[in-house]
Design a protein around this ligand. Structure first.
Ligand SMILES: [Zn+2]
Ligand SMILES: [Zn+2]
Ligand SMILES: [Zn+2]
Length: 315
């Protein structure tokens, strides 16, 4: 190799290294840290298949050995590997095992069984956590502090609760801003919040989109949530109104997927939409169903466990 050829080779390597550094997700070169959101499950509170259901919706899943964890998210800093768990589901151990390391903290949407009871694994009979940070609304914090067995987690210091307020941002680690938004939902024990992570909105449970008010103003016929975020991970409990024969669907209020699709069609923007929190009766579990075809035709998807739903856009 001549001296000039060798020099050109060295220059080429240097350029390659510089190009890789520019694209590095580490954030150490001045670019923004990269964050991503991964689904850890998309079933309604009690999971799929559903305990006590011997109809085709769940028998099929049992025969295939198929199961899906309860709806939860991992919000992860790609460069550090630090991650935060959104909702403590009854499937919490498996959801954390699957990540290979413990979360830096847990965010809670509300006090229904699929969303907080996984906290039990942090206590004395479980991992005996020391001060696991838990982010909860004031009402949710009071519910945990005042009621056994959750109060023991607080008393023993297994969890350390940080309270949040509706609309007031807080940070995860360094760089991920979270804004909680109060959501209308069946609130027997506490209240319910959605979380906005940058331009992603997570709403696993909501009664009616039309009842949702953000920042003290009406959503104006529902346009606002769909226009305000680029990625929506939303309540897809029921596909349409005919899923629970013999039960009054008004007593189990959720916006159906069909209703949400109608509202999306009227939105001014075209967000990326993932449906989560599916009830066992939802025909979307069957990938060959007409419901699944319709969803695909509308450009929307189901947030199955393991799917990356969002990643910080590179600037
Ligand atoms: Zn739920
Ligand atoms: Zn079923
Ligand atoms: Zn709920």
């Amino acid at each position: 190799m001549s001296a000039i050829t060798r020099w050109m080779w060295v220059l080429g390597c240097a350029a390659l290294v510089a190009a890789c550094a520019t694209r590095s997700p580490a954030g150490g070169d001045g670019t923004r840290p990269v964050w991503r959101i991964v689904s850890l499950g998309c079933a309604q509170d009690a999971g799929y298949p559903h305990l006590g259901c011997f109809k085709p919706c769940c028998e099929r899943a049992r025969a295939d050995g198929r199961r899906e964890s309860v709806a939860a998210l991992a919000v992860e800093s790609v460069d550090s590997g630090d991650w935060w768990l959104v909702d403590a589901t009854p499937d919490l151990p498996a959801q954390i095992h699957g990540r290979g390391r413990l979360p830096k903290g847990i965010l809670l949407t509300h006090a229904h069984i699929g969303h907080y009871t996984g906290l039990m694994y942090l206590g004395r009979e479980g991992m005996g956590a020391r001060g696991m940070p838990v982010f909860a609304s004031r009402k949710m914090a009071r519910f945990l502090t005042d009621n056994a067995p959750w109060s023991q987690l607080v008393a023993l210091g297994n969890i350390r609760i940080t309270e949040f307020d509706d609309g007031v941002p807080f940070e995860l680690g360094s760089g991920m801003r979270v804004v909680p938004h109060a959501v209308p939902h069946r609130n027997e024990f506490a209240d319910t919040h959605a979380f906005a992570f940058e331009d992603v909105l997570y709403v696993p449970d909501i009664d009616r989109w039309e009842d949702w008010r953000t920042e003290g103003t009406s959503t104006g016929g529902m346009r606002r949530p769909f226009d305000a975020w680029k990625t929506l991970v939303v309540d897809g409990t029921f596909f349409d109104g005919g899923e629970l024969p013999g039960r009054n669907m008004k007593e189990i209020p959720h916006p159906t997927v069909v209703r949400t699709l109608e509202l999306l069609a009227d939105a001014r923007t075209t967000p990326t939409v993932w449906f989560t929190h599916l009830n066992h009766t939802n025909p979307l579990w069957d990938k060959g169903s007409s419901a699944s075809s319709r969803l695909a035709a509308e450009g929307c998807r189901v947030a199955y466990a393991g799917l990356e739903l969002w990643r910080t856009p590179h600037e």
